[in-house]
Design a protein around this ligand. Sequence first.
Ligand code: ADP
Ligand code: MG
Length: 233
Amino acid sequence: MDDTTAPLVALSNVSRTYDGGSLVALSAINLAVERGAFVSIVGASGSGKSTLVHIMAGFDWPTAGRVLWQGREVVDRHSWTALRREKIGIVFQEFLLLPTLSALENVEIAMSGTGLSASTRRSRAAELLDQVGLSGRLKHLPFALSGGERQRVAIARSIANGPELLLADEPTGNLDSRSTEAVLELLFALRRRAGMTLVLVTHDEAIASLADTVVRIKDGRIVDAGRGTQEAR
Ligand code: ADP
Ligand code: MG
């Protein structure tokens, strides 16, 4: 049984080195993300933010320390694959849509392996794209969509399986200010509606300050974790 009083996800003394130990990307990170929380992670480029997110998603792994999901250490790739399919949604700065698939198909494939029928996957994908304001763009290929629209497809894909945790790594890093605002509002609205836990990585202080907790990272270390100073709309 999962421990429901434990944080949804926690890093315990996590370090990550590369290049045989000569490059320290993360150093002794302790971070607990409570269920329902909105945590932002802010830091300069190269400070270790993406490494942290990759480790929280099981794409990368600590060279020391542990990652716990609801109090239980996640150890094998199989468990991570299941978590990513069922409980963790991820949004990247580069959108990472498959270029030869339509918006609808890009969302549908997130539901492969869930046991849903093809027609259910299709109708749910259409519903999700409607939720993110793209009902008029189902058949479009990524190249025919604006950056903001592409990111909204990626967000629809990330929430397709009703994740408990949404990890967003600089989701507005490639967007103009208008699309940035629209994408942030969408993330906040989806979070409110579904009660999702949100971890949002940014190097933008103004965006970071919208979170309940702002975690500051510098050279792979957490240097501060305090309350956000603004209210997310
Ligand atoms: P940020 O997301 O804050 O810009 P990253 O987590 O991407 O920072 O990178 C932190 C440091 O770790 C950087 O010096 C980066 O070059 C290094 N790094 C990240 N991933 C790898 C990898 N797979 N192999 C080697 N070095 C890496
Ligand atoms: Mg990064």
